[in-house]
Design a protein around this ligand. Sequence first.
Ligand code: ZN
Length: 309
Amino acid sequence: MLAAMDRALSRRSLLSLMGAGAAGALAGCHARPGAGKALAAAALALGEAPGAAGSRMPSAFVGHGSPMLAVDPAKGADLSRWAASFPRPRAVLVVSAHWERAPATLGATEPRPLVYDFYGFPDELYARRYDAPGAPALARRVEGLLAPRGEVARAPGRGLDHGAWVPLTWMYPRADVPVLELSLPTQDPSSLLALGAALAPLSDEGVLVLGSGNAVHNLRRIAGDGAPTPSWAAEFDAWVEDVVRRRDLDALADYERRAPAPDLAHPTKEHFVPLLVAAGAAAGPGGHVSFPVTGFEAGSISRRCVQFG
Ligand code: ZN
C-alpha cells in the first residue's frame, strides 16, 4: 500500500518528524466555544466528554490517504486547522473505509489497542498510539437511531483502524474526544445515504459524524508524492466537488454511471462510499458545503475533505 511513498521517506527522516513533537505542538488549537445551557445539559445527559460543547456539529468526510499521514506534520496541519475551525465535538462517530462489516456494527466502547491494518510501513507507525476515550453512551444512542433499519451488532474488542486514528491524530491530537467506530455495512450508495440520514440527529447533539476514505483512490496507479495528477483523477475529483457543492445527492449516489472514469477512480468502492454517509448525515437539503482540504498525494490520491454545515 502506497509503497512508493513508504520507500521515499527514510527511517531517519521519520524519526526526526516524530521527534519534533509535532502532535504536541499542535495540541490545544481546538476551538472551545461556550456551551449553551440546553446543549450542555444534553451532552451531560449522554454522559460523555464533560466540558465539551454541545454545539451543532457539521458532518464531514476526511481524505486520509497513506498511513504515513500519521507522521507528516505538513499534511497533518491541514487537518488540525480544519478541526479547529468548527466547534469541538462531544464525541466523534467514524465510518471508515477500513471496516466493512454487515450488519452495521459498533466498535469498542472502551479503549482498545489500535488496529494497524497496513503492511510494509516503517516500524514507527506500528508504535503509534491514540488513546481516545470510548463512547458507550453514544453507542447506545446510535443503536437507538439505527434500530428501525435493522440489527445493530457490537464488536467490543475492535479498536480504531487507521482510517480513524490517523486523521484523528491531527484533528484532535490530545486524544481527549471520545471516539466510536461504526462499520460500513454495505457499499450501496443509496443505503449509505439513508444510514447517514438516520444519524443526522447526532449533529444537534454535538457529535461529529465523520466518513473517512478518499474521493479518488486507486492504489494501482499511485506515483511519488509531487507526481503530476492524471486527468482521470482530476476529473473525477472535480465531479465530486461539483455534485457535492450542489448537494445533488441523486447524482452522488449514481456516481458509477454519472461520474467520469469511476472504475479508474475507484477500482474498489470502499474509500468512496463513506462520503455518502457524511452527505446523508447533513441535516436537510441545502446548507453550506466547504472543502477545507483539497489536492492530491501520490499523484492520484485525492486529499479532498468535505464539511457539510
Ligand atoms: Zn485507506
